[in-house]
Design a protein around this ligand. Structure first.
Ligand code: GLA
Length: 397
């Protein structure tokens, strides 16, 4: 770990442990942390059994925890005045609500997977921006899951296979208790990424490959442009996209859109009942192909050429999948007009963040161009920062 992130990690660890001691009156058994993610490419492909390519962010959520000898759960957060005190047996879809659903949901989902759980005292400290499309929810789930797995002696962090099983537990927590019908990209990224690598995740069989990703070695930087426009995965739009994809697969007589080859796509799409479903399916099939193209370019050392694949991906999300918004489009257009090699929205869409691949020497110009474009359009100032590919969930102390 670079010394700067070691320093940051140490201060996260001590503040959350100290807060735990203050609230619960004695020390936690340990501190665990898990990262948010940026998906480089492969959007809305996970629930279509497709391919995605996330990196873990340097931004992490840490959790100080201690088991309780009963089934009582006490949850606190340094970011929220909302705290929870409930019994494990009271956890069910929609209860608790708010951030507690993601934490409590993990205990519920562990039990559903056949691992008897126990009550817990928990303090979390989240440093993944919330509502930014950077998976603050997955970071929270995976930090709690890492803690509980270790405390119960389940060893679900021990290797990639175990981590994949833990990721499924977190997905079930999010789908069932938080009732967000998401697809699994975020939890895989948080638990299975490696530092300085992107994670090529095949959602058909759950297999992964680690693809070297170090923009600085190519004179490049990856900028995250958080538009601060509201992003939510539980307001129905995400679910509608998912339903359209399932309908397209049904009409084509395939298990999932992953089975549809990109070759001859127009002819295949002609068999669909209407233009909207056609456009949704076109995005998914071409996006899976763009993940393959990106991986080929990265492996060939041609990172600069990934920029144009980002641009095509953004256009596909804007025009075919219709998950962009004015703020995301302005960020992408301003960045590419002022020196970015390519840019695209990332994550679920309808707000949140876009990413831009930028020559290091142009980062200041791109950043200021995006800030000015936001002001010109009457949008609030965006938050723009460079990121590197970080490591996955781990025990900190
Ligand atoms: C959200 C969901 C993921 C994935 C992305 C879009 O982040 O949580 O499962 O579907 O949107 O790629």
């Amino acid at each position: 770990m670079p010394s700067e992130s070691r320093e940051a990690s140490r201060s996260l660890r001590s503040s959350v442990a100290q807060a735990f001691s203050e609230v619960f009156g004695s020390e936690p058994s340990g501190v665990w942390s898990a990262p948010g993610r940026v998906n480089l490419i492969g959007e809305h492909t996970d629930y279509n059994a497709g391919l995605c390519l996330p990196i873990a962010l340097p931004h992490r959520t840490s959790a100080a925890a201690r088991l309780r000898p009963n089934r009582r759960l006490r949850l606190h957060s340094l970011q929220s005045s909302e705290s929870y005190d409930l019994e494990l047996d009271d956890i069910r879809p929609g209860n608790p609500s708010g951030w507690g659903a993601y934490a409590a949901g993990v205990l519920w989902a562990l039990e559903a997977a056949g691992h008897p759980a126990q009550g817990l005292d928990l303090m979390v400290d989240g440093h993944v921006p919330v509502g930014a499309g950077l998976s603050s929810s997955a970071a929270l789930e995976c930090a709690v899951a890492a803690a509980v797995s270790d405390l119960l002696g389940l060893a679900l962090l021990s290797d990639d296979r175990a981590r994949a099983a833990l990721a499924s537990v977190c997905v079930n927590a999010e789908n069932t208790i938080a009732m967000a019908p998401t697809g699994g990209l975020d939890q895989a990224a948080s638990l299975r990424c490696q530092e300085a690598h992107a994670l090529l995740l095949d959602c058909r069989d759950g297999s992964v490959q680690h693809v070297p990703f170090d923009p600085s070695a190519h004179g490049l930087a990856l900028l995250v442009m958080n538009t601060l426009a509201k992003h939510s995965l539980v307001d129905g739009q995400y679910e509608q996209r998912r339903a359209s994809c399932e309908e397209a697969a049904r009409q084509l007589g395939v298990l999932s859109l992953r089975e549809v080859p990109v070759e001859g796509l127009d002819l295949t799409l002609d068999r669909l009942s209407d233009n909207r479903i056609r456009a949704r399916a076109r995005h998914v099939v071409t996006e899976i192909d763009r993940v393959r193209q990106t991986v080929t370019l990265l492996r060939a050392g041609r990172m600069s050429d990934v920029g144009s694949v980002f641009n095509t991906s953004h256009a596909s999300m804007r025009d075919d999948f219709e998950i962009s918004c004015a703020e995301l489009d302005v960020a992408v257009e301003a960045a590419t007009a002022h020196g970015a090699l390519g840019a695209r929205m990332t994550g679920g869409g309808f707000g949140g963040s876009a990413i831009a691949l930028v020559p290091t020497r142009s980062t200041a110009e791109v950043t200021s161009a995006v800030i000015h474009a936001f002001a010109d359009n009457g949008f609030g100032a965006p938050d723009i920062f460079a990121v590197t590919a970080g490591g996955s969930a781990r025990r900190e102390s």
